[in-house]
Ligand binder design. Structure first.
Ligand SMILES: *Cc1c(COP(=O)(O)O)cnc(C)c1O
Length: 462
């Protein structure tokens, strides 16, 4: 079958969409009954994909069937209620449904003229996000793939502004011979900041590391003296403990010397959506730039990150593809705020999430997942296991004893399949990390998972 626009191509598309739709529904309905991580049996079927590029075309329906038959069982059930690895959100119903429409539209979100609807929604949703996160209204933003890219874009804007202050235009003249920038991070900085520092030419190692406390918070009293071209990276929500840096103190200290403060709040910034947890992000509104993810706590589909920058011109100067776009008075163009130019319309799914939740629904999602995390911590502690962090939001670190014991419990939990939790080393101590980030997690999911973890832990410690 040749893939050409012919008289019945509409029928072929309808048939393929029906098959995809039907199989998607079955996938979703059966998610609760399968192992969260794929079985050995499922993984073995991946061999079917290892074929040379086919010489002849395949019918779209057959393509979808093959993908579902051999592919779906080897997905990790992150959209179900019992995945607690890394910091991974599920996908909200409105988001999943909207993403079907977005795929059908197949808009290029780079420029307003390429898609008026997407540019409009991006304007609206960025305003909503600024409001939810408590970021000042005049700040400019962009929608990117992830928090790593958002960190990168923000640091590129910071580099532009900080070097401009001392008479260097980095967009035009590059980093060769540029005056040095002093970069300050915490001992528990997220690896994505180090990657972003590498990408902007500052280097992973050319940083001053500020000591942290037992929760990973930067010690404001241990800060070095800063200059007007210093760059300070702070964190809202440590990936292990969920802890927040003392933003207000740090921002006030940094701004005395006119330094730039960047806040990495990949998931933690969303605590601002809840009246109960909002106090944790107090002071972060004083930063100069922010990076966050919508595919983590807000349960938008992959991928969706957000960058926000107080000095709109710095972000645009760093990201523009052509000076022509920088003329004042023109409407905001999505592509000149981000590293990529052509891209999918991920703002629409973010909009669908926030539209469907409303402020109340988002607050409820944040509070519910934190409550579930609290229940995990309490249940594990009651059984005699050590919780290594203050459970302030949705992250729990548990030790089952010696490093080897914790690793063995983790390995067996992952294999047993009721739930999935990953591991980490927290300030020298091996831990299993439980992150409750999905809207889909129910109390029953938590109890079932907790029971499985405790049963396995007892078996391991004999
Ligand atoms: C997850 C995370 C990141 C990176 O997010 P990606 O979306 O994977 O790029 C950065 N910082 C923190 C604190 C995170 O938790």
């Amino acid at each position: 079958m040749a893939i050409r626009p012919h008289t019945n191509h509409g029928e072929v598309i309808d048939e393929a969409l029906n098959v995809a739709e039907e199989r998607s529904r079955t996938y979703r309905r059966t998610l609760d009954f399968r192992s969260v991580y794929p079985s050995e049996y499922a993984l073995a079927a991946l061999a079917h994909f290892r074929e040379p590029m086919p010489e002849t075309p395949s019918h779209p329906v057959d393509v979808v069937r093959m993908l579902d038959e051999y592919g779906s069982p080897s997905t990790v059930a992150t959209t179900g209620g019992r995945y607690f690895g890394f910091v991974i959100g599920g996908v909200l119903p409105a988001v999943l449904a909207a993403s079907r429409l977005v795929s059908t539209w197949d808009q290029n979100a780079a420029l307003r003229v390429m898609s008026p609807i997407v540019a409009e929604i991006e304007d609206v949703v960025l305003q909503w996000v600024r409001e939810i996160l408590g970021v000042p209204a005049g700040c400019e933003g962009g929608i990117v793939t992830c928090a790593t890219t958002a960190n990168f874009a923000a640091l590129a804007a910071a580099r532009q502004a900080l070097l401009a202050r001392i008479g260097w235009n980095v967009a035009d003249d590059g980093m060769f011979g540029a005056p040095p920038i002093e970069v300050v991070v915490g001992e528990e900085v997220h690896a994505s900041i180090l990657k972003a520092l590498n990408l902007v030419g500052f280097g992973r190692n050319r940083v001053t590391r500020v000591p942290v406390d037992g929760q990973g918070r930067m010690r404001a009293d241990k800060f070095p003296k800063l200059k007007k071209n210093s760059l300070v990276c702070i964190q809202a929500g440590n990936v292990n403990t969920g802890a927040f840096d003392p933003a207000e103190e740090i921002c006030r200290w940094a701004h005395e010397s006119d330094a730039w403060v960047h806040a990495d709040g990949a998931f933690g910034l969303w605590a601002a959506a809840s009246p109960k947890y909002r106090h944790l992000v107090s002071g972060f509104e004083l930063a100069d730039s922010w990076a966050t993810d919508a595919h983590k706590w807000p349960n938008v589909n992959y991928d969706c990150g957000i960058v926000l920058v107080r000095e709109a011109e710095a972000l645009r100067a760093a990201m523009t593809i052509s000076a022509a776009y920088l003329q004042p008075g023109l409407e905001r163009e999505p592509a000149i705020q981000t590293p990529d130019t052509s891209r999918r319309a991920r703002a629409v799914e973010l909009w669908a999430a926030l539209k469907s939740l409303g402020k109340q629904g988002l607050a409820e999602l944040i509070e519910r997942t934190c409550k579930h995390a609290g229940r995990f911590a309490a249940g594990l502690q009651e059984a005699g296991y050590e919780i290594l962090n203050d459970v302030v939001i949705n992250q729990v670190l548990v030790s089952f004893g010696q490093a080897e014991v914790t690793q063995e419990v983790m390995r067996r939990v992952q294999k047993e399949g009721t739930c999935w939790c990953g591991g980490t080393v927290w300030q020298g101590k091996t831990a299993m990390r439980i992150s409750v980030s999905s809207w889909a997690t129910t109390e029953e999911d938590v109890e079932r998972s907790l029971a499985a973890i405790l049963r396995i832990a007892r078996q391991v410690s004999g």
